[in-house]
Ligand binder design. Structure first.
Ligand code: 15L
Length: 277
């Protein structure tokens, strides 16, 4: 899968101190020796071969400095849940623009962008969706991720950057509730997808679902499979745990209808019959 012409390469990983970053750093370190971690705060316990450069995504100069000399960027930085507009504006809209623009200036060849299932969260659970559906964000956060995907397409088409957007479900050791049985992804599987984004020679602009091999999946991830993705995680192996956790939470009359769950029901003032496609 390695694109030989891509060597040698400096890879910058934004959001390295965040939740997903912390989970996958030990898996990335042996694959990409010399990985450059970036975040606002330094992650604890740098691993052998890792280096760190501090950057606030909302500050263009800091982002330019962080990606200088990079061949590829794994862009997982930003705000990772719903929040106030100004927070998302700075971290995910301006921050994502700063990242792509700094990457262009630095001649970065590949970007793997952490998008989210919340870019399409208002699709009903009873519908299986492909990656080319119209975005239906379920939150300001989801809108910010749709914006990031659009920016990725722009930089791919206009500047030839190879951009992979991962519409991530929920990363962790196991699915945390019944909804996550459909969208869960193991740390090992997300690393597999990142590797495709960093190395596959056919990538120009792609949106892939960040999900393991989940029987209850709502997503058609055939493009990822065509690119070689062979997920090993299976949400069903954890069904008993997910169902037990769900019982503690109870029902959400709006969120339970849609893929985005509680992101859909939060601040919801519509009639459910009029929501979603
Ligand atoms: C996300 O995009 C969030 O980053 C994560 O914290 C979870 O809320 C996840 O989606 C989810 O949908 O479970």
């Amino acid at each position: 899968m390695t694109d030989a012409s891509d060597e040698p390469r400096r890879i910058v990983f934004t959001g390295a101190a965040g939740g997903i970053g912390t989970m996958i750093r030990p898996l990335l370190a042996p694959l990409y020796p010399g990985l450059v971690l970036s975040d606002r705060v330094k992650p604890v316990n740098l691993l052998a071969g890792e280096t760190f450069v501090a950057a606030d995504l909302a500050k263009p100069d800091e982002v330019v400095a962080a990606v200088k000399g990079a061949h590829s960027v794994i862009h997982f930085g930003g705000f990772s849940v719903e929040g106030p507009w100004d927070t998302l504006l700075q971290a995910n809209i301006i921050g994502c623009y700063n990242l792509f623009e700094a990457a262009r200036l630095a001649g970065v060849r590949r970007v793997v962008f952490a998008s989210s299932n919340h870019a399409v969260g208002f699709y009903p659970r009873k519908r299986k969706i492909r990656t080319d559906v119209t975005v239906r964000p379920d939150s300001r956060y989801g809108v910010s991720k749709a914006f990031g995907e659009a920016l990725g397409a722009l930089y791919a088409d206009k500047h030839g950057m190879a951009v992979t957007c991962l519409r991530i479900g929920n990363v962790g050791p196991c699915p945390l509730d019944v909804r996550r049985l459909s969208i869960w992804i193991s740390p090992e599987d997300i690393v597999q997808l990142i590797r495709i984004g960093l190395e596959h020679p056919d990538i120009r602009f792609d949106v892939l679902y960040g999900a393991s091999d989940n029987e209850a999946s709502w997503w058609d991830n055939s493009r990822a499979r065509r690119l070689g993705y062979r997920p090993t995680g299976k949400a069903e192996d954890h069904r008993a745990y997910a169902v037990a956790e769900q019982e503690k939470v109870g029902r959400d009359p709006v969120g339970d209808l849609f893929q985005g769950g509680s992101f859909c029901s939060a601040e919801f003032t519509n009639d459910v019959k009029r929501a979603g496609p």
